[in-house]
Design a protein around this ligand. Sequence first.
Ligand code: G1P
Length: 294
Amino acid sequence: MTKRIRKAVFPVAGLGTRFLPATKSIPKEMLTVVDRPVLQHVVEEAREAGIEHFIFVTGRNKAVIEDHFDIAYELDDTLKKRGKLKELQALTADLPAAGAASFTRQQVPLGLGHAVWCAREIVGDEPFAVLLPDMVTMGWAQGRCLAQCVAAYEKHGGNIIAVEEVPPEETHQYGVVSIGKDFGHTFEITGMVEKPPHGTAPSNLIISGRYVLGPEIFPILEKREKGAGGEIQLTDGMKALARSQAFHGVRFDGKTYDCGAKLGFLAANVAFALADPELAHLLKTELKKILGTL
Ligand code: G1P
């Protein structure tokens, strides 16, 4: 019997330099995909997968994230008085329950492995999920990416990493896994490497930002060993844990948008708008007009 995955860690301390000047005073996680911040899409994905406790690892200048996931009492009251119930519903539907959101700070940007380690006291001694908010996913029948990871965890136990196929020339930007025994939708992971130099990646399956990990990762990350880019890498911590525990990959059946890059962010906006019945038709007409002028 596997334990239930109740807690998820959201590393949101990054500076967002790729989106300057937009992210000078707004955290990159608060940039919007259609009508809600990137981070809210990711929190909704976590909730759909059964997550009950949301742990945000923030940094300086990220205080608005805490406000966003809180009740805005005055705004709620005003909307109620004006009878704007649809807006009120949109504002309150996805808020974490009282006491079910925690915020801690990564005081120094030492890498993703260090950010996850900063959540150790709040996670405690139970398996947990990690969701990288740069990656926004859209799922089909099997749910979004984390739901598929949790299903794989219930089947295989151990640790789970979501992967996605990319063209070989893009693998150097990501963590990359090696494939062992292959079950189709899932497979055994036999190795992983963070940001392999051009031409050295063991496959074209990249780590796409959703994980289910055992708490045994924390003492490994605590060693603060530096990897690619001089940072404490989560991938290196997982590689060390893989010596004693099983890791399975999940080929996500759905679509992932890398909102940490301008193109992925723009594509996510178009894709989510086209999936919105109120916007789809109007946007198609606009897009046709724009493309027609090219
Ligand atoms: C991080 C991870 C990497 C993963 C990527 C997905 O890298 O270290 O393994 O493939 O996220 O976005 P970063 O984007 O922080 O450089």
